[in-house]
Design a protein around this ligand. Sequence first.
Ligand SMILES: NC(=O)c1ccc[n+]([C@@H]2O[C@H](COP(=O)([O-])OP(=O)(O)OC[C@H]3O[C@@H](n4cnc5c(N)ncnc54)[C@H](O)[C@@H]3O)[C@@H](O)[C@H]2O)c1
Length: 400
Amino acid sequence: MKKICIIGLGYIGLPTAALLANKGYRVHGVDINQSTVATINQGNIHIVEPELDTFVKSAVNSGYLVADTKPTQADIFIIAVPTPFHNGYIPNIDYVISATKSISPYVKDGDMVILESTSPVGTTDKVEETLTENGVDTSKLFISHCPERVLPGQIMRELVENDRIVGGTTKEATEKTVDFYKTFVSGEVIATDARTAEMSKLTENSFRDVNIAFANELSILCDKFDIDVWELIRLANRHPRVNILQPSAGVGGHCIAVDPWFIVHAGGDDAKIIRTAREVNSYKTKWVIEKVKNKALEFEKKNGKKPIIACMGLAFKPNIDDLRESPALYITKRLMADGLDILAVEPNINSFDEFEIVKYQEAIKRADLFVFLVGHREFKNIKVKDMENLDFCGVLKYEK
Ligand SMILES: NC(=O)c1ccc[n+]([C@@H]2O[C@H](COP(=O)([O-])OP(=O)(O)OC[C@H]3O[C@@H](n4cnc5c(N)ncnc54)[C@H](O)[C@@H]3O)[C@@H](O)[C@H]2O)c1
């Protein structure tokens, strides 16, 4: 069985490492974070993901998965490090370049190098260039991009079942990498070139962003026209070829709110719809803040006191604890900073270092005004008959 070295043991790298080790590959997992490495070597995990603990425990106990802070020689290298952006939405591939440099002393002729990180178009070529600059003869390597498209919460299943796109810098690299993924993926593994594979992942996330922006723009227009947007979308979707997504308080997370900028940065003025979608989704978040402030003023005028406002949900989407790039968190912090009296409710987390998390049952007793920001399942059963509320996620109206 081939030996695999995986660089980056986060939400993507660790599940992949554990899965491959359980398939019988010898896996050397690498992370620059010492405590992540120590946790994994004890058979434990540092991230929340269903079933991952069982996979990691069995992989480590069997000796097939070992974590380390340094790479080692292997037949296949997989890079799964972060690809955020710098200020000004400029793609940051520094982690990819640094991971590539770290493996260059260990790659040998005939090895495969696979970039799994979501990457701007041309990054796989930069991996090749970086290896060359570091003294590696890349003509003897097989270098490819295989973007990851798993859904957090279902990673262990989707790693196996999802279709995968593989694009190599050469035809041979594509073929060899496809054969490798076929050893553990039950979905289809589809061959293309590296640049198309990179663009494919960015396109998938931009598609979601553009379609959410359409729903968010409708929600703002419907508010202006005094129409219930949730009913409107439900009705429009009865058309056999219409499928409008749901509006929200904005778009968050580390993928959909980030990756479209990689296209906009490279595409400039030609990326009109993708840029506008980003702007509409960001504007929706600011619009929500203004709506809440106006509602609070109305309440104060009517009742002669400032309202206690419950911000219902902080995560970037329903039923998860992930606060990364979360519009709901941004809105809550902004309202607090502007002096409003806020109870922050997030049923999926117990504590937060910047403010107190209030249980939703307690918020129901204490708040005057409820602002529903995330459609968590706990909120669906709340009886809102006599409550003042603003529902920006439709949780009170329709099943998601
Ligand atoms: N998390 C998801 O749901 C998801 C889904 C699809 C694609 N992706 C993409 O996959 C990539 C990885 O995302 P993630 O969520 O796993 O990130 P993460 O932050 O959870 O994990 C990345 C890990 O890489 C480590 N690291 C950084 N630089 C390193 C280096 N030079 N050498 C070794 N380790 C290094 C970090 O310490 C961290 O543990 C990103 O490009 C992301 O956009 C993520």
